[in-house]
Structures are given as structure tokens and as C-alpha cells.
Write a protein that binds this ligand. Structure first.
Ligand code: SAM
Length: 286
């Protein structure tokens, strides 16, 4: 089977099957071999690995994954792509294609069935319209996943990797850093895709921690505090958290907690590290 990655091959396959791109599914297919190699290399896949690919498209990256991994499951929402995938992946006996929305798939059940519950690696050129919900589901659900290597919008990759105090730092950076160690591995220009997206892209590799490296007594409360802090980003933490009615903390309680942490009461959420949000959360429940 010829590799599909070139623009010519991709167009041939699309024409042959009379396939129409669907914008609502975020369909921008990769046509650059070097970028595909870089993604697969960053994911560090060996013959022992079970890989879940989200949104295989016509299967260009899936082919690379099948060559490297022990087993691959590719989850594709667009049923018009299934006959194409059956053809382009026909030479591989280590791949299963599932026609479903990744947000509706029982991922823990899938990993249990296909890999006896041992950690999977997730690799994807993600549809940009649902990048954050997908990445957050993979992280928050405490699934057996050891790494997530994904192409996302460049700005989203920068937010995931951002440090406290920077303009890109926010709830997404904190969540990603709480669960994983993120590294941007490549910036990818629009001309590497058909059709070309309007924005730049980047590949980011998240090495998911086996166990949390930050201890917090009530993870849910910490994330509620983080959301409250960044919903009103320009306000001080004391104001943004006390304004959030459902949390029920008074200005005095928040000020006392910050004082006990040697932080000024004028501080904003954007200045706090993940460890400091965890410490604030622990102080507020006692
Ligand atoms: N992997 C292919 C490539 O790199 O050329 C295609 C990537 S394209 C950016 C995103 C793919 O995700 C499309 O094939 C799209 O149909 C699929 N997709 C969109 N939403 C999805 C969802 N909720 N669940 C599974 N697949 C989805």
C-alpha cells in the first residue's frame, strides 16, 4: 500500500470516493510526510504499544501508527470516511476502526478490552472545534493513558504549555499541568493540510503522570477555584472567588487563606502556580 500523505495521493483518494470535506467535523487532512513522522516520533511508539487515534480522516497517520504500534484503534465520527479507511488500511491487520464520536466512546472499556487495561497512547490530528473537551476528558477521567500527542491550534498549544504570569496562562494550562508534563514539539503551517486551516497549528506531547505530582485534598474544589479565578481574570482572587456564589467563600476567608500562604490579598489567579492553587484549596476547606 502506498503511503497516502502527499497532496496528490490525498486528492486521488478523495476524488475516487467522491468525498466532500465537512467543516463541522474540523476536517483538515495532513499532507506533509515530515510532520507525520515528527508526530509519530514524538509519541515514541513501539511494537508493545496500544494506540488510540482520534479522527483518522482518510488514514494517512493511521498507516504510520499501524507500522509502529502493536495495535491501533481509530475512532472516526464521519461515516463517509469508513469505506475509505477500510480501503486505505486494508493491508494492516492490527487496526480496528470505530465509527463514533470520541466523546461518546467508553474509552476505559476500550482500553480494558483491547489492552487488558494497560495504558494506551493517544495520537491525533485533532478536530479544532472540540480540542479542549477531548483533551480535558482524556485527562480528567483518570483513564489509563500514558501520553497524548496531538496536533492542535497553535494558540491552544501555547495555552497548554503556558507558565504562571504569562498572557496565555489560564484554566487550561493549570489542568494540563496538573495531570501531565506538556511539551510543544513542532509548529506546523497551514500549507501542510488540505484544506488549509485559517490558523497555525502545533504538535504538543503530554506525558501523563501515573499518579498526581501535586497533592490536593479536594480536586473538584481546586478546579472550581481555578475556573472562578479565570472567569474574572482581571479581578483579584479575593473578588473573583467570593463573587462566585456557588463556592460560598467570604472575602475574609479567602484573604486569611492567602495571608497564611504569604501571598498578597491583591494577587490575581494568573500569578498562582498549580501547587499554590492546591494549597489555597486545602486551606479553604479547613
Ligand atoms: N487524522 C487525519 C489527518 O491527519 O489527515 C484527519 C484529521 S482532521 C483535523 C480531524 C478528524 O477528526 C476528521 O477526520 C473528522 O471527521 C474527525 N472528527 C471530528 N470530530 C470527531 C469526533 N467527535 N469524534 C471522532 N472523530 C472526529
Amino acid at each position: 500500500m502506498n503511503k497516502l500523505v502527499s497532496a496528490g495521493n490525498t486528492i486521488d483518494v478523495i476524488k475516487k470516493h467522491d468525498f466532500t470535506f465537512r467543516k463541522r467535523f474540523g476536517q483538515n487532512f495532513l499532507i506533509d510526510e515530515h510532520v507525520l513522522e515528527k508526530i509519530v516520533q514524538a509519541a515514541d511508539i513501539t511494537g508493545d504499544d496500544y494506540v488510540i487515534e482520534i479522527g483518522p480522516g482518510i488514514g494517512s497517520m493511521t498507516q504510520y501508527l499501524c507500522e509502529k504500534a502493536g495495535k491501533v484503534t481509530a475512532v472516526e465520527i464521519d461515516r463517509d470516511l469508513i469505506p475509505i479507511l477500510n480501503e486505505t488500511l486494508g493491508d494492516y491487520d492490527n487496526v480496528t476502526v470505530i465509527n463514533d464520536d470520541i466523546l461518546k466512546v467508553d474509552i476505559a472499556g476500550l482500553i480494558e478490552k483491547e489492552n487488558k487495561g494497560k495504558p494506551a497512547k493517544v495520537v491525533a490530528n485533532l478536530p479544532y472545534y472540540i480540542t479542549t473537551p477531548i483533551v480535558m476528558t482524556l485527562l480528567e477521567d483518570h483513564l489509563p493513558i500514558s501520553s497524548i500527542t496531538v496536533m492542535v491550534q497553535k494558540e491552544v498549544a501555547q495555552r497548554m504549555q503556558a507558565e504562571p504570569g504569562s498572557k496565555d496562562y489560564g484554566a487550561l494550562s493549570l489542568a494540563v499541568k496538573y495531570y501531565s508534563d506538556p511539551h510543544i514539539v513542532a509548529n506546523v503551517p497551514p500549507n501542510c493540510f488540505i484544506p488549509r486551516p485559517k490558523v497555525g497549528s502545533a504538535v504538543i506531547n503530554l506525558i501523563v503522570y501515573d499518579a498526581p505530582v501535586i497533592n490536593v485534598k479536594d480536586e473538584k474544589l481546586m478546579f472550581k477555584l481555578i475556573r472562578a479565578a479565570f472567569n474574572q481574570r482581571r479581578k483579584t482572587l479575593v473578588n473573583s472567588i467570593s463573587n462566585s456564589g456557588d463556592l460560598g467563600f467570604s472575602k475574609q476567608e479567602i484573604t486569611d487563606a492567602l495571608n497564611a500562604m504569604n501571598l498578597p490579598e491583591t494577587i490575581r489567579g494568573e500569578a498562582l502556580s498549580p501547587e499554590q492553587f492546591a494549597a489555597l484549596s486545602d486551606r479553604l476547606i479547613f
